[in-house]
Design a binder for this molecule. Structure first.
Ligand code: GLP
Length: 248
């Protein structure tokens, strides 16, 4: 696990975009796993900037998003499909048919989960998975649990996630109680993982997830077992990481 600590949110975003771009350039027909939330917004902005200047192209890129709320229509401003269209897909030269966000429909959710995993496999697997981290250590919508999940599945959101995400809804009662998410197994199969976190509010969970015990009660801790993870932080999010002592 490699840590990159940057001065602030802008530098974190640029650093993350640089890593995404290096994988895109090195991998013909690159498959990206993408995340939503406030954290990666600056990274998407930097990627869009580079497409606009002609330095980057998404023409041959396939994307799979981590998660989606159940029962929120893709046209609704709160859906993750809407977020992705607004902040990336509508602004770059990606082929929309190659962009995938889990279905928000609650009907036949089991079939949709199986189909999502199959689509990832057909695309050749994920080259780079981008992740944010929830306050309780969730990645995607994999909430603290007694075991690590495997494939895409439907989850019941925890009270802390409902509270944290209510800022994007009119009121807490409007936050969906269920979501569909890639599993920990899907995330661990990605050839490379990029985790982003910024702000003092994430400092505690960053330290716990990446220097504490690997336990399903802190889902992000499983990333300690992945062979190729880069964690890009700002100084605030890195503030509770204890520097490793080097003996003379
Ligand atoms: C949501 C998403 C996660 C995201 C997390 C943190 O619950 N499902 O994928 O990483 O929130 O969000 P933020 O970046 O806004 O802190």
């Amino acid at each position: 696990m490699q840590f990159v600590v940057t001065q602030n949110y802008e530098e974190m975003s640029k650093e993350a975009a640089r890593l995404v771009e290096s994988v895109m350039c090195a991998t013909p027909f690159c498959v990206l796993g993408l995340a939503t939330g406030s954290t990666p917004l600056g990274m998407y902005e930097a990627l869009v900037h580079d497409v606009c200047t002609g330095a980057l192209s998404f023409a041959n890129v396939t994307t799979f998003n981590l998660d989606e709320y159940c029962g929120v229509a893709p046209t609704s401003a709160q859906s993750y499909r809407y977020y992705m269209n607004e902040h990336l897909f509508d602004l770059v030269d990606v082929d929309m048919a190659r962009t995938h966000v889990p279905s928000s429909s609650c009907d036949a959710a089991e079939d949709a989960c199986v189909a999502y995993d199959a689509a990832i496999e057909r695309a050749g697997g994920i080259d780079l998975q981008v992740l944010g981290i929830g306050n309780n250590g969730h990645i995607g919508f994999n909430e603290p649990s007694d075991s690590f999940s495997v494939g895409t599945h439907v989850v019941k959101l925890s009270e802390s996630t409902i509270q944290a995400n209510s800022r994007l809804f009119n009121c807490v009662d409007d936050v969906p109680r269920r979501a569909i998410t890639m599993g920990i197994g899907n995330i661990m199969k990605a050839r490379q993982v990029l985790v982003l976190a910024n702000g003092a509010g994430k400092a505690g969970i960053v330290a716990r997830a990446f220097t504490g015990r690997v336990i399903p009660q802190v889902p992000a801790s499983v990333l300690q077992l992945h062979p190729c993870v880069t964690v890009v932080l700002d100084t605030e999010a890195a503030s509770e990481l204890v520097p490793v002592k080097v003996d003379d």
